[in-house]
Design a protein around this ligand. Structure first.
Ligand SMILES: C[S@@+](CC[C@H](N)C(=O)[O-])C[C@H]1O[C@@H](n2cnc3c(N)ncnc32)[C@H](O)[C@@H]1O
Length: 395
């Protein structure tokens, strides 16, 4: 950064309904942040003292899909006027003297919960229009080759400008440093589409969980899935070349059932004999039961049936948002089984639930991932100490 710049506001984007949980998380980290403007799915905070080191600033969050520094908002009726006003915002002008943005992320805040009324987070026609208007009104050289929707993921460790469409006529401008995997995705949503043959939304959730967590999964390994019916997540795992042992008393879709690398054990997880878990390296679970019950079922496998399970991908249901206060204890319990690298995130494609991934050690992650990826961060392991969060660190 050339000119010193000390941001005073932060923004974060989350699932609609998760705002209170997100505010609690941010405030608990004692970073001197006070909640400011808030709409469903979009929250801003004010720093008590301007942030001294914006590039190095990190926070830990389960519920922030993405976050950055807020630079102000524009409102009006016409996209081209709003775009011109965006570049003239004092906060934007100031930041452009300090950073050289390599990309522009434009997205709409969520309307409703993912999966409701056919809504899924991701690119929209309005965001494409706003993106085009901003680019047409900008003379920033590094953005001239930018094309909406063609980014996939932005280059890691670069500065990115953000425009969040909070309402069609109200855009909030911001910027963030793409130092975490999810920060490279527009609005924190990975570019994943659900194939027509996917038998449930769980396909999207599993793809996103694997993208975000970058677990060192290899083709040909065996994964056990607790609560596999109808089979979307199993399909995603099969597409990655894994063998899947699906455990669920309910029926599995015939498309999945017929896959040569899929075996269905039609029982409740606690009733499955030890031999059915043999040689499994990975365990995933997505059961419509309280988180403590899911952990009971997982514990039964990793402590008694297959101690060789290297990593876990668990969907934990939040029947009630007040259960978010239990996340620290759930993480502690998973750590007590010998999983030292435990991370939590409410995925973009999650509903009222969140994803917990765990690995026996961080070293496993380094072995699998090549040198080219070493400098990008995943979210930091959970500290497991409520109220005391660690910043993110290179993986
Ligand atoms: C949300 S669905 C799972 C979706 C699935 N993972 C997919 O990819 O389509 C929840 C499933 O958990 C199963 N379930 C609930 N309790 C269970 C238990 N004790 N053992 C195994 N499965 C269980 C239910 O039968 C139900 O099919």
């Amino acid at each position: 950064m050339s000119t010193p710049w000390h941001p005073q506001f932060l923004f974060a984007v989350c699932q609609t309904g998760a705002e209170a949980a997100l505010k609690r998380e941010f405030v608990a980290q004692n970073l001197g942040l006070r909640p400011s403007f808030s709409r469903p799915g979009f929250v801003t905070f004010k720093f008590d003292q301007p942030c001294e080191n914006p590039q190095g600033f990190q926070l830990h969050s389960t519920f922030a899909r993405t976050w950055g520094f807020s630079l102000g908002k524009v409102s009006g009726d016409h996209a081209s006027e709003l775009a011109a006003a965006s570049w003239q915002l004092p906060g934007v002008a100031e930041v452009l003297m300090a950073i050289k943005p390599r990309d522009l992320h434009v997205w709409q805040r969520d309307r409703v919960m993912p999966g409701e009324d056919g809504f899924e987070p991701g690119p929209t026609a309005l965001a494409a229009e706003v993106d085009a208007a901003l680019i047409a009104n900008s003379s920033i050289e590094s953005l001239q080759s930018h094309r909406y929707g063609q980014q996939g993921a932005s280059q890691p460790n670069t500065w990115i400008l953000d425009a969040v469409i909070v309402e069609p006529g109200e855009w909030w401008l911001g910027c963030h440093h793409a130092s975490r995997r999810a920060a490279c995705w527009v609005g924190g949503v990975p570019p994943i589409g659900q194939p027509e043959e996917a038998v449930s939304r769980a396909y999207l959730k599993m793809c996103e969980a694997l993208e975000w967590s970058a677990l060192p999964i290899a083709r040909g390994e065996i994964c056990v899935e607790l609560g596999c019916s109808p089979g979307g997540a199993a399909q995603a795992l099969l597409d990655k070349g894994l063998f899947v042992v699906g455990i669920d008393p309910a029926e599995v879709d015939p498309v999945v059932e017929a896959h040569p690398n899929f075996v269905h054990v039609r029982r409740r997880s606690l009733d499955v004999p030890k031999r059915d878990f043999q040689r499994a390296k990975w365990l995933t679970a997505d059961m419509n039961v309280p988180p403590s019950y899911t952990l009971d079922a997982v514990e039964d496998v990793v402590l008694h049936k297959t101690p060789s399970i290297r990593g876990l991908v668990l969907t934990l249901k939040l029947a009630d948002w007040s259960l978010t206060s239990e996340i620290g204890n759930l993480v502690k319990r998973v750590r007590s089984w010998g999983y030292r690298d435990v991370r939590t995130r409410q995925l973009a494609f999650n509903r009222q639930e969140f994803c917990l991934v765990a690995l026996k050690s961080r070293a496993q992650r380094r072995i699998k991932r090549g040198a080219s990826q070493r400098r990008i961060r995943t979210d930091a392991p959970h500290s497991g100490v409520p109220g005391k969060m660690h910043g993110e660190s290179p993986s």
